[in-house]
Ligand binder design. Structure first.
Ligand code: HAM
Length: 434
């Protein structure tokens, strides 16, 4: 019986994992540069954690199971509920702001397609305990830093930015009441995934013919920021507050020099049910790829999970659409093994010395390897170049006579003799490795 990886799941061979690690390193570097601390959580959680305010979409995509004790669990489809649970459990002890990031592996039982699989890694960056939109602007600026760092420009990608509160005010102007706005957001968010006919049917089932779906979608697509701010401001004191906050968000984005990547788009409402304020997605300007990042403000989640109120804002970004996007824009690096030294014997009898030299180098944190086949010097050099290693350290008769080894730079072909004692003292310096 031939068994393959399940559909939508991935095998990572070393060359694939090298690329993953490269991306994770960028995610980590950008997060740490902005003062975020890394955290982790369980790979499965109580099913109820995801049924609370995540929204139908994500609940229908859960991989869930029952253990022998009849308890119901689900593999994590996202990190935000875990984060909120962990923060709520220590809410009083954690100093503010709580700036945490994570790179968890997720499972969602969705249909595998371009940029979406059933198993993926998702970079999460969140700030909790800060009500001001400065935190919203900071997480967006972290997203923009990553995009810039990977060589993407504002011509390639865009941060589509909106606010659920603004969208609620605008939808109210066409007859959608605030209590049904959440249902409208879920439908609007699904619009691009559904056939127009299916969208129309679901919309009509919810809102009837008096609020025509095309008119609403058209309004959302054409409503300028000025117009939305005006509608919100005229809707009452709460609406005025929403409009002022959204303006402050833009000002803060300008100060972080992230605004050139950002565009107002009222159609960005996000599918998850827990968002309460500004929401955003990163998309490629060319069509065809689903969102690269999705995030927003969620001020009630810790309370919904039974804890004290700790407001939050953040985003998640998947590895799958990010790597697809970088491939499309020709920004993927060519990565090879990071082998620094290949140790070679100039004649067969010297092999025990090769093992000694290799062990010493490894102990000094130099990535070193040797050939399993006892073969001629030229063949071993060829093997070294094929890995590729940066240097070949050749152990010859001089090792015993003058206490030196030959060090060959495999890129330039330059060769020099280095005292073995110098390598034993400080291998990296003696070999000219960083
Ligand atoms: P989300 O929109 O469900 O939000 O996912 C965020 C990102 O995760 C997407 O934009 C995409 O890059 C990636 N992603 C989602 N599903 C898949 C999939 N099946 N395959 C590959 N990548 C995928 C959330 O998960 C929120 N919890 C994000 C958040 C954090 N909001 C606040 N903090």
């Amino acid at each position: 019986m031939k068994i393959q990886a399940p559909k939508g799941m991935r095998d990572f061979y070393p060359e694939d994992w090298r690329l993953q690690t490269w991306l994770f390193n960028h995610w980590r570097a950008v997060s740490q540069a902005a003062g975020f601390c890394e955290f982790e959580g369980p790979i499965f959680e109580d099913l109820a954690l995801y049924e609370t305010k995540s929204g139908e979409g994500i609940v229908s995509e859960l991989f869930h199971f029952e253990d022998r004790g009849g308890r119901h669990f689900a593999n994590r489809p996202q990190m935000t509920p875990t984060l909120a649970r962990m923060v709520a459990a220590r809410a009083n002890a954690l100093p503010r702001p709580i700036k945490w990031f994570s790179i968890p592996r997720m499972c969602r039982a969705e249909k595998p397609q371009r940029g979406r699989l059933r198993e993926f890694f998702q970079w999460n960056v969140d700030i909790l305990g800060i009500d001001e939109v400065l935190a919203d602007a900071e997480v967006i600026s972290v997203a923009v830093s990553l995009l810039r760092r990977l060589g993407l420009t504002s011509q390639d990608v865009v941060v589509k930015l909106s606010s659920r509160a603004l969208a609620t005010a605008v939808l109210q102007s066409v007859g959608i009441t605030p209590d049904t706005a959440a249902t409208a957001f879920q439908l609007i968010d699904r619009a691009e995934k559904l056939e127009p006919q299916a969208f129309q049917q679901q919309w009509d089932a919810q809102f009837g013919a008096q609020v025509a779906a095309p008119a609403v979608m058209d309004l959302l697509a054409t409503a300028t920021l000025e117009r939305c701010l005006k509608i919100a401001a005229e809707s009452g004191p709460d609406g005025r507050g929403v409009a002022t906050q959204f303006e402050e968000l833009w000002t803060a984005l300008q100060a972080f020099e992230a605004d050139d990547f950002c565009e107002f788009d009222l159609r960005t409402v996000r599918g998850l049910a827990y968002y309460t304020g500004p929401v955003f997605e990163v998309r490629t300007r060319s069509a065809g790829l689903r969102a690269l990042f999705g995030g927003g403000r969620y001020d009630n989640l810790t309370e919904l999970l039974g804890g004290p109120r700790v407001t939050g804002v953040g985003f998640g970004a998947g590895d799958v659409p990010m790597l697809e996007c970088l491939r499309e824009f020709g920004k993927l690096p060519t990565l090879t093994e990071q082998l620094e030294v290949f140790v070679i014997d100039a004649s067969h009898g010297l092999f025990p010395k090769v093992q000694e030299v290799t062990s010493r180098l490894r102990a000094a944190d130099v990535a070193a390897d040797f050939s399993y086949k006892r073969q001629a010097l030229g063949k071993q050099l060829k093997q070294a170049a094929g890995r590729p290693a940066r240097l070949a350290v050749i152990v010859g008769d001089e090792f015993a006579t003058s206490g030196t080894v030959a060090v060959k730079d495999l890129a330039t072909g330059e060769q020099r003799n280095v005292p073995w004692s110098a390598i034993c003292d400080d291998a990296r310096t003696a070999l000219g490795l960083r």
